[in-house]
Design a protein around this ligand. Structure first.
Ligand SMILES: CC(C)(COP(=O)(O)OP(=O)(O)OC[C@H]1O[C@@H](n2cnc3c(N)ncnc32)[C@H](O)[C@@H]1OP(=O)(O)O)[C@@H](O)C(=O)NCCC(=O)NCCS
Length: 243
């Protein structure tokens, strides 16, 4: 199994449509850039461009101060739906979190990326844990309040979903959101996830239990979605075959 480090994330728009004799084949081409990235370097920091202004890069110990400051500034807003704010009181707490995230990555058990907007950390997105036996993982995310409303998290999730299915060959991705967290729920809904159901009292949030709405996406569904998007961009295509 290849590790996260062996690949760069590949967005949907790198899927390519190719014409072949006898029909129109749409092939989804997920290209691994990692080998090229590694050439000439011993250790390359993972990074992925989402757009001209937005990018993802692997979290690093050097992010502790800034990441803590973002959490601290957004404490009240983030605390509404995230359970760890009261355990995050100093940059050293954030440093501990980053160390755990890096260890998790080293053990191929997960991955955390910071979302960067013009050199500033705007939020975090990552795989909570990877269940290799069942080829499955789940996404967690948050954005600083000022960066909401631009599609930034939807874009970031799309990139990590592409990566999970195309590079890691996982089969299932889930996103669980508190029932009242409508902005969070809008992300899997926007990305075409299936609502599987409600987990009752799934999470203790400071002073109360909240239910979780569980959404899932399967590799085959994600591929079909990409093919449908490509077909919409190439309406003249006479026939289609999945790869
Ligand atoms: C959950 C959270 C990340 C959602 O942030 P968000 O800004 O709504 O999500 P996105 O970055 O994907 O942006 C979507 C918004 O941008 C708009 N948008 C603009 N361009 C867009 C694009 N290209 N693609 C998608 N949406 C776009 C959408 O219409 C939507 O705005 P709307 O809600 O007013 O309709 C954020 O509210 C948050 O961090 N909350 C606190 C922590 C939290 O709840 N984490 C999740 C725990 S499960």
């Amino acid at each position: 199994m290849r590790t996260l480090e062996e690949h760069a994330l590949v967005p949907i728009n790198s899927a390519v449509a190719t014409r072949r004799k006898g029909g129109f084949f749409i092939s989804i081409c997920f290209v691994s850039h990692r080998a090229a990235m590694l050439r000439g370097t011993k250790k390359t920091m993972f990074s992925h461009r989402l757009s001209d202004q937005y990018s993802l890069r692997e979290i690093a110990l050097g992010d502790a101060e800034e990441l803590f400051a973002v959490c601290d500034t957004n404490r009240t807003y983030l605390r509404r739906w995230l359970p760890w704010l009261d355990r995050t009181r100093t940059p050293s707490d954030t440093c501990d979190f980053i160390q755990r995230a890096l260890r998790q990555h080293e053990n191929k058990q997960g991955f955390q990326a910071v979302i960067v907007v013009q050199s500033r950390i705007a939020g975090l997105v990552g795989y909570h844990r990877i269940d290799w036996e069942n080829q499955s993982t789940s996404l967690g995310y948050w954005l600083a309040g000022e960066f909401q409303g631009r599609g930034l998290m939807t874009m970031s999730c799309r990139a990590l979903i592409d990566h999970a299915f195309a590079a890691l060959n996982l089969n299932r991705m889930t996103i669980a959101c508190a029932t009242g967290n409508t902005r969070s729920r809008a992300i899997p809904q926007r990305l075409g996830f299936t609502h599987e159901g409600t987990l009752r009292d799934a999470e203790w949030l400071y002073d109360r239990y909240v239910d979780h709405e569980v959404y899932s996406q399967l590799q085959r569904e994600w591929q079909a979605r990409i093919i449908a998007q490509l077909a919409a961009q190439h309406p003249a295509a006479p026939t289609m075959k999945s790869p």
